[in-house]
Write a protein that binds this ligand. Structure first.
Ligand SMILES: [Fe+2]
Length: 385
């Protein structure tokens, strides 16, 4: 049966100059969460703080969310919030910053919660908004965390990345201003952009997909496919930045409702074991997933429809070419060159991937040996596509 759709929180802003909306957000005190000094250097933090100043909102900044954030950082941020008692949390950054800020929000509002395990039980998920509302302002075009119910947080002891999803974590306000992504370097533009394309393509073939998620995801995929190489080679062109940020937003709206598939399931597990970047791992796996999922007739039809729209005859191959164009490696062996170590971890990788929630909505649910074959094809490279 269809699940209720939810497209973002209370307010959704997108387009050039929308960062100024921050001056209209009513609050007493804000904690602004950022990743590091990059936003200080580019002046983006000051710009955001000036909007808060303009509306008389006091503010304190938590600076220091690492890529692929861990629970220790989340706890640090939550203590910072307990000290400053904000009624508004502003996450200004990429997916890691937004995910970490959402997690800090949970522990700030519910300091009695001990660890990430307590958040896995959907029925007992803690209530938010007793103390603060959340604004997300993405500075990368990829994760869609600004309109998603999900976070990925690493357990610092085991290295396992926990994906946690609950509509309670849907940010109240999303501000998607392409000007905030202008300074993103080509490498991150490519990796985060491929994450957005992966969200779109996995949502399209998800076994929970519906009419509305299809509309959003298809537009996201086609626009993103065309715009990504241009955003990498012409980074200061606001048109391409806007196309990518909107594609990320649309893909986020789609996947948060209908979930993802084999690429995310395996990428989460690879990330946990080998500490790889999320977008990069997705990008490498995506073409192989198209070949793998083609066995499903419905998925094959969707891929054919996309091939027609893009003017390509083979979507998997077109994605290999796209990776090549945006300078992304074509095989997992480039990310984990030590084959022996990769093989030694293969069983664990398969176990973790089969347990991952994203696998449930893949159009083809693999057994261990089919999954092993999929992973090894992606390890070996395009000649085994
Ligand atoms: Fe993702």
């Amino acid at each position: 049966m269809m699940r209720p759709m939810r497209l973002g929180g209370k307010e959704l802003l997108f387009g050039r100059g929308t960062l100024a909306h921050l001056a209209d957000v009513k609050a007493r005190k804000a904690v602004v969460v950022i990743g590091g000094d990059a936003l200080v250097k580019t002046g983006l933090l000051d710009k955001a703080l000036a909007y808060l100043d303009a509306s008389g909102v006091e503010h304190a900044t938590f600076n220091g969310v690492e890529p692929e954030p861990g629970l220790a950082t989340v706890r640090k941020g939550a203590s910072f919030m307990c000290e400053h008692e904000p009624d508004l949390i502003v996450a200004l950054g990429g997916g890691s910053v937004m995910d970490a800020a959402k997690a800090m929000w949970i522990f700030y509002e519910n300091p009695e919660i001990e660890g990430l395990e307590a958040l896995q039980d959907k029925e007992k998920f803690p209530k938010l908004r007793k103390k603060a509302r959340m604004v997300c302002i993405p500075t990368t075009a990829g994760t869609g965390s600004e309109v998603s119910r999900s976070i990925v947080i690493k357990d610092d002891e085991t290295g396992i990345k926990h994906g946690i999803g609950n509509m309670e974590m849907m940010p109240d306000i999303a501000i998607c201003d392409p000007e905030t992504t202008l300074t993103l370097p080509p490498r991150l533009t490519a990796e985060t952009g491929m994450d957005a394309l992966t969200h779109a393509l996995e949502a399209l073939v998800s076994n929970r997909a519906n009419m509305l998620s299809d509309l959003l995801a298809e537009k996201a995929f086609v626009d993103g496919f065309h715009a990504l190489p241009k955003a990498c080679t012409d980074p200061e062109n606001l048109d391409y930045r806007e196309k990518m940020l909107n594609a990320s937003l649309l893909a986020g709206m789609a996947f948060t409702n209908v979930s993802l598939g084999i690429v995310h399931a395996v990428a989460h597990s690879l990330g946990s074991i080998f500490d790889l970047q999320h977008g990069l791992t997705n990008a490498v796996l995506l073409p192989y997933a198209v070949s793998f999922n083609k066995k499903d007739q419905h998925a094959a039809k969707i891929y054919e429809r996309l091939e027609k729209q893009l003017g390509k005859d083979n979507l998997a191959k077109a994605l290999i070419d796209l990776n090549l164009e945006v300078d992304i490696p074509l095989s997992l062996s480039r990310l984990v060159p030590d084959r022996e170590s990769f093989l030694a971890n293969l069983d664990r990788l398969i176990d973790l991937s089969l347990q991952d929630g994203c696998m449930k909505t893949n159009p083809v649910i693999p057994g261990a040996s089919a999954l092993s074959d999929f992973i090894m094809r992606a390890y070996d490279g395009p000649e085994r596509l």
